[in-house]
Write a protein that binds this ligand. Structure first.
Ligand code: ADP
Length: 271
């Protein structure tokens, strides 16, 4: 009987191992599929801006001083900027995952990062005719951060709000203080995000499959990068949505700079 029990236990253990390796193989297949999809998207996204740039060159070659020349140059400039941004994001992702990004942290105001981000994202917001509201407190909100990186994170949230909201939507960016933290919220009236997809939007290469999304391009790396940069700042980032077509809210929390809490009265930086 003991032998039979031992045999049964071994058989059960074998079944468990088999199930486990099946699951692992399935996960690998999925990761592989995501990688294949990503490569296809990448090729597509890198190629897209090249066609108008090539057409532009053709036009400029035929009539370098024609009436269209100025517009054509502007268009080429925009396409190149887009291309450079995609490639910079790609480089950033690989640097972050290898731990090769160093933050240059300084005492700064959250307002400064927000203003820089708005400057970056304004053209897209305007182009899509969204109504944009900026809700900033008058008193500076002091944090310890890398201005360029935080501006990049916030600009990414703003660009997403613009991209994933049908034209003429409403986008609100607000800043407040809560519980020793600076709270930056970007909300939109757009496509929203299904509840089960909410945590996944921060995964690398995740792109929800909806037509409007593709219209503005992207690689599915912006939010993954944003989350990593925010964590490097000791902060958090979460997504909320009422569901499909109910808009989204992205909330970014960063620790307030220590000295700031002692110096509320004068609003001046403490050295
Ligand atoms: P990308 O925008 O390049 O696809 P991101 O990492 O910035 O990549 O975003 C990942 C995915 O999360 C997007 O493809 C989109 O499906 C979804 N998403 C992000 N922001 C929003 C938003 N404001 N509203 C609806 N969906 C969003």
């Amino acid at each position: 009987a003991a032998q039979r029990d031992a045999l049964a236990a071994t058989a059960e253990e074998n079944m468990r191992l088999l199930r486990e390796s099946r699951r692992a193989a399935e996960a690998l297949r999925e990761a592989d599929l995501r990688k294949d999809e990503f490569l296809a998207t990448l090729a597509h996204e890198l190629r897209n801006p090249l066609a108008p740039i090539r057409n532009g060159l053709q036009i400029l070659r035929l009539s370098p001083d024609g009436p269209m020349a100025g517009n054509v140059r502007d268009m080429m400039d925009r396409q190149m900027t887009h291309l450079v941004r995609l490639i910079d994001d790609l480089l950033d992702v690989s640097r972050v995952s290898q731990g090769k990004i160093d933050l240059k942290r300084d005492r700064m105001t959250a307002q400064a990062a927000i203003q820089a981000a708005v400057e970056t994202s304004r053209p897209l917001i305007d182009q899509l005719e969204h109504h944009f509201t900026l809700d900033l407190p008058e008193a500076p909100v002091w944090i310890n951060g890398d201005l360029t990186r935080l501006a990049q994170v916030i600009a990414n949230l703003l660009n997403n709000a613009a991209k994933y909201t049908p034209e003429g939507g409403r986008i609100v960016l607000s800043l407040s203080e809560d519980d020793g933290q600076a709270v930056i919220r970007v909300s939109d009236t757009g496509l929203g995000i299904d509840e089960d997809m909410l945590p996944k939007v921060f995964d690398l290469f995740t792109q929800l499959d909806r037509n409007l999304h593709r219209a503005q391009g992207g690689l599915g790396i912006g939010l993954a990068l944003a989350q990593k940069l925010v964590h490097m700042h000791g902060g958090t980032i979460v997504a909320r949505s009422g569901g499909l077509n109910q808009g989204s809210v992205f909330e970014l929390r960063l620790p307030l700079s220590e000295a700031a809490t002692h110096d509320r009265d004068t609003d001046a930086p403490v050295e």
